[in-house]
Design a protein around this ligand. Structure first.
Ligand code: COS
Length: 389
């Protein structure tokens, strides 16, 4: 049976998160974007509600949401402010490898830190390097075993929460000649000697989020923080991204929806040639396309999230959703600026921020081209497109 009905719990969660986005995020979104900083009080409130770690089980003080519900909550948070929501969402990305491959002690030690309402900590996912972006298997950060420690050396870049994280999930290679077979994963605390923060990025959009380089200089990681053994690291990275890309798709729909709502409101109010511009077919058809694509995108991310929640393989569906929804996000936000005409280009209007925020959706957690690579790779084994099996 195909059932599009949300559960009462899902409806309640979406309503609560929407109210948080409306009442807490929207009022500070433009200022946080301008100043490039996160509002601390807001983060504490988000932590108290489990919004700093949506998919972390309740037993570790997290939001306790399944992947579908987490994605729907993510749509609401990104509707509120994509910059703030990116920092909150980066926590989920960082801790997903711990959820997949970490042991019980690691989960108990690190996961509750994210949702402490008094002093919520951030986490960051450390995969990308200057020489290894889309080609994640080519990372150069090295790890060697030395007595009671693993010693890490290397440089990570474009790390969301890099400068504010309490701990990082870092991927490094024991032997680069083994390619992805040499990769392992570690939990690295910010306080460890040799961890330092490099350049802070000055970004086009999602400016409230913190993005930096993270430098690892002879960092001694205790053996109990060995999270994913050599040979398994790359698979865990791929499994992590399979789960979190549906979240980026949902984020894209949140930003697109915000832009659509602004454009619709404006098109009904703005009078030209003696009538609201919404009464001009050129404009109303733009709005119709926006609504149609947002709806289609939402179904795609929900399906990917539903499969992930059931523990079913969701690599293909996550890539469908991420590629489609991020393209929708860019198109809708550009057109929302267009509907506003000259006003849309000005910083007083929310659509200006939304258009800048949108672009990253086609880039982070795997570019649109990488999503198409994953989709095309899946097609290699397909002989027909009959879906009913
Ligand atoms: N789940 C589990 N295993 C997977 C997998 C998945 N989704 N995707 C690939 N693998 C496995 C493959 O089966 C293969 O294993 P075996 O050789 O044991 O069969 C191994 O991983 C290597 O796969 P592949 O040859 O496809 O790897 P590539 O180096 O060609 O890279 C892509 C694959 C491009 C998909 C990957 O590097 C990627 O996702 N890049 C983007 C990285 C990214 O998103 N960065 C953003 C960081 S967070 S902002």
């Amino acid at each position: 049976m195909v059932d599009f009905e949300l559960t009462d719990e899902q409806k309640a969660i979406c309503k609560t998160v929407h109210e948080f986005a409306l009442n807490e995020m929207r009022p500070v979104a433009l200022e946080c974007d301008k100043e490039g900083k996160l509002p601390e009080d807001l983060v504490k409130k988000a932590a108290a509600m489990g919004l700093t770690a949506l998919a972390v089980p309740e037993e570790y003080d997290g939001g306790g949401m399944d992947q579908l519900t987490s994605a729907m909550a993510t749509e609401e948070l990104f509707w509120g402010c994509a910059g703030i929501a990116t920092s909150l969402g980066a926590n989920n990305l960082a801790i997903t490898p711990i959820l997949i491959a970490g042991n019980e002690e690691q989960k108990k030690k690190y996961l509750p830190r994210l949702c402490d309402p008094e002093n919520p900590k951030f986490a960051a996912f450390g995969l990308t390097e200057p020489g290894a972006g889309s080609d994640a298997a080519s990372i150069s950060t090295t790890v060697t075993e030395e007595g009671d420690y693993y010693v890490l050396n290397g440089q990570k870049c474009f790390i969301t929460n890099g400068g504010i994280a309490d701990f990082y999930t870092i991927f490094a290679t024991f032997d680069k000649s083994k390619k992805y077979g040499g990769i392992a994963g570690f939990i690295v605390e910010r306080s460890y000697e040799g961890v330092s923060i490099g350049k802070k990025e000055d970004k086009m959009g999602i400016r409230a989020s913190n993005t930096t380089e993270v430098i690892l200089d002879n960092v001694k990681v205790p053996k109990e923080n060995y999270m994913v053994p050599m040979g398994q690291g790359f698979y865990v990275v791929m499994q992590t991204l399979d789960l979190t890309r549906a979240g980026v798709a949902a984020a894209s729909i949140g930003v697109a929806r915000a832009a659509f709502e602004e454009a619709l409101k404006y098109a009904k109010e703005r009078v030209q040639f003696g009538k609201p511009i919404m009464a001009q077919q050129a404009i109303s058809f733009m709005l119709a396309d926006m609504a149609m694509k947002i709806e289609a995108g939402r179904r795609l991310y929900q399906y990917a999230g539903w499969k992930a929640s059931k523990g079913l393989p969701c690599s293909l569906e996550s890539s469908y959703a991420k590629a489609f929804c991020s393209d929708v996000c860019v198109e809708v936000t550009i057109n929302a600026v267009q509907v506003h005409g000259g006003y849309g280009y000005m910083k007083e209007y929310l659509v200006e921020k939304l258009m800048r925020d949108a672009k990253i959706m086609q880039i982070y957690e795997g570019t649109s081209q990488i999503q198409r690579l994953v989709i095309a790779g899946n097609l290699m084994g397909v002989t027909d497109a009959y879906p009913w099996n």
